[in-house]
Design a protein around this ligand. Structure first.
Ligand code: ATP
Length: 308
């Protein structure tokens, strides 16, 4: 049977500045994404209907199998946009933690778009897929693009960033996810409580500072580490105070810096090199943390196998 397998990466936000709320209730964002080597694989095979199976998750109830699933929605959006008459079975093999702040659902949507476009031979350009992806979720365009990129608007208006080198990460995952909207609400509460401090402090701007890009160009994790910044983590810390302790423990274990990934609860620890990262991973495991190793940047959604 014809089958197409597409791989798409999870992401870490190296910088996440949160601005004001627009008319639709979304925060303006200023972010820098890095695609990392935790991958989602989506295998598409022909079917009359739109169906889905998911593996690689400890608790299957955390991933919806109906139209709330972003991959299934992506396939339907592509079919509608191209007039494709027929369905698909999508098999999702997950490695990115669910509701972990690493954009796993968005990676699935990106992979489904690329896989169905190949399976159905609908021939949409990368730009058109990007447009459809942005309708599905703000992080989908980046999962298509990969690498390192600046995101503005809701995070969906992308510009590639010049970056050198390879960054070694230790990721501390949490069985219990965090809801992204709940983290934004908690962030708003913290911001309201602290008056202008969080959003408007000139030392803590919403925009990515020029020094960030200079550090990214050096390709030197030690120079770059102090530039890691996630304003939204104030919301994640409010909902889960233990995350601050995990970052502290990571730095004590030898990491150059630690940050909440997106809305969390995954913690990303930046390490000096692969050997240091392996050592830090061991130390964090000894503290009973669930640990994954990854590096970045890596490429966006791409076909790894196709006989379409
Ligand atoms: P966000 O992209 O909202 O920041 P996240 O990266 O923290 O989210 P995801 O793993 O993408 O986390 O999932 C967030 C929620 O989206 C899940 O709790 C789940 O209910 C829903 N969801 C929809 N489609 C998927 C999918 N393909 N895989 C996982 N979760 C999905």
């Amino acid at each position: 049977m014809t089958r197409v397998r597409v791989r798409a990466p999870g992401k870490i936000n190296l910088f996440l500045g949160v601005g004001s709320i627009d008319g639709d209730g979304y925060h303006a964002l200023s972010t820098v994404f890095q695609a990392v080597s935790l991958y989602e694989d989506v295998i598409a095979t022909p079917s009359d209907d739109f169906t889905l199976s998911v593996s690689g998750v400890d608790d299957p109830s955390t991933v919806p199998l109906d139209d709330r699933n972003l991959a299934l929605r992506a396939a339907k959006v592509l079919a509608a946009a191209t007039g494709h008459d027929g369905g698909v079975h999508l098999e999702i093999r997950k490695s990115v933690p669910v509701a972990g702040g690493m954009g796993g659902g968005s990676a699935d949507a990106a992979a489904a778009l690329v896989a169905c476009n190949e399976l159905w031979r609908t021939g949409l350009s990368h730009d058109r897929l990007h447009e459809l992806g942005a309708r599905l979720g703000a992080d989908v365009p980046f999962a298509l693009a990969g690498g390192t990129a600046v995101g503005t608007g809701r995070g969906d208006v992308l510009t590639p960033a010049l970056a050198r080198g390879r960054y070694e990460w230790v990721l501390i995952t949490d069985d219990e996810g965090l809801s992204t909207p709940a983290v934004y609400r908690a962030f708003d509460v913290v911001r309201a409580e602290s008056g202008a401090r969080l959003a408007d402090d000139p030392l803590d701007p919403f925009e990515v500072p020029p020094s960030f890009f200079e550090a990214l160009l050096t390709g030197d994790p030690e120079q770059f580490a102090p530039c890691l910044r996630n304003q939204l983590e104030a919301g994640s810390f409010r909902l889960r105070p233990s995350l601050e302790d995990t970052i502290e423990a990571g730095v004590a274990a030898g990491a150059l810096a630690g940050i909440v990934s997106g809305s969390g609860p995954t913690i990303a620890l930046l390490c000096a090199d692969a050997r240091a990262a392996d050592r830090i991973a061991e130390r964090m495991r000894a503290r009973d943390c669930t640990v994954r190793r990854a590096y970045g940047p890596v490429r966006g959604a791409h076909i790894v196998e196709s006989d379409a």
